[in-house]
Design a protein around this ligand. Structure first.
Ligand code: AMP
Length: 292
């Protein structure tokens, strides 16, 4: 597996591995911030298996970049775990052809597109008042970095986890807005055996908090057994509060726009997404699931 820190080195190294011209090979990008776990490994395996089944010449490129422009809390950026050697081992075992781990200067040279303003972002990044309201500037940073990572890798396909549902909808909307010919492939959330969604931040939970954290998954499961939006939201909130979590939001929204479901909107279960953000001590947990 190749490891490169610049796009130039990445493409030269990939080109030298085969007589097939690199420009004609599909590149599948798996963007990450490192501190990789089984959830990320599943994205890489998904990319590999798509390639094996559909386009054997395709190349799987994992990017590892802790993007400073998407952190609204400098302390969170500071303490974000960095485990590059272990990350590369995981990527290779999961079937990646290359890892691109660029510097901040490589991702953001002076002529790179700037962080968009809120008014330039797709509505799903500003209107729902979910992650967008809790983390000002976060989605502008995500938009900025994903756009650049797509440019650097020259990908035609990219895998994103459903774990970050609002981010996934934003990336889809960005691809449309910029008219990019990149297929976005959503990957299901990988969970621990007790239902807790895997996350690089779970390592910061104390043993007591770790025991409480699966309440997030239980809350969504309980909501799946309800028959109205109001009951679904109330059930989630009560389950979380009962377990001792500090609820930021626990809502049932239209799955694509993430806007509230009004009486005029169809309440077809398949088009509803349950979304939770809750705090355990200083750790913020986010999760989501289909309603039906
Ligand atoms: P991150 O490194 O946390 O920014 O995440 C990189 C990618 O991995 C994103 O597309 C996430 O949605 C995805 N991801 C993170 N955790 C999980 C998980 N538990 N299951 C599936 N995908 C995940």
């Amino acid at each position: 597996m190749l490891i490169a820190s610049t796009a130039k080195n990445l493409h030269e190294a990939l080109a030298s591995t085969s007589t097939v011209p690199i420009a004609s090979r599909t590149i599948i990008c798996v963007p990450t911030m490192g501190a990789l776990h089984e959830g990320h490994a599943a994205l890489v395996r998904r990319a590999r298996s798509w390639a094996n089944n559909n386009d054997p010449a395709a190349l799987v490129v994992v990017t590892i970049f802790v993007n400073p422009t998407q952190f609204n809390d400098p302390a969170d950026l500071q303490r974000y775990p960095r485990t590059l050697d272990a990350d590369c081992t995981l990527c290779e075992a999961a079937g990646a052809d290359a890892v691109l781990c660029p510097s901040v200067e490589e991702v953001y040279p002076p002529n790179a597109p700037p962080k968009p303003s809120d008014s330039e972002l797709p509505a799903v990044a500003t209107a729902p008042k979910l992650e967008d309201a809790r983390r000002p500037g976060h989605f502008a940073g995500v938009y900025q970095v994903v756009r650049r990572l797509f440019e650097l890798t020259r990908c035609r396909r990219a895998v994103f986890g459903e774990k970050d549902w609002q981010q996934l909808q934003l990336v889809r909307a960005m691809v449309q807005q910029l008219n990019l010919s990149i297929h976005i492939d959503p990957a299901p959330t990988i969970r621990e055996s007790d239902g807790l969604a895997m996350s690089s931040r779970n390592r910061f939970l104390s043993p007591t908090e770790r025991a409480v954290a699966p309440a997030v998954y239980r809350a969504m499961q309980a909501a799946q057994r309800t028959n109205s939006i109001a009951d679904a939201e109330r059930t989630m909130r009560e389950t979380l509060q009962h377990a001792g979590l500090d609820v930021e939001y626990a809502v049932a929204r239209e799955a694509q726009s993430l806007m509230p479901i009004t009486t005029s909107t169809s309440t077809d279960r398949a088009s509803v997404r349950l979304l939770i953000a809750a705090k355990l001590g200083s750790i913020r947990l986010i999760d989501n699931a289909p309603w039906g």
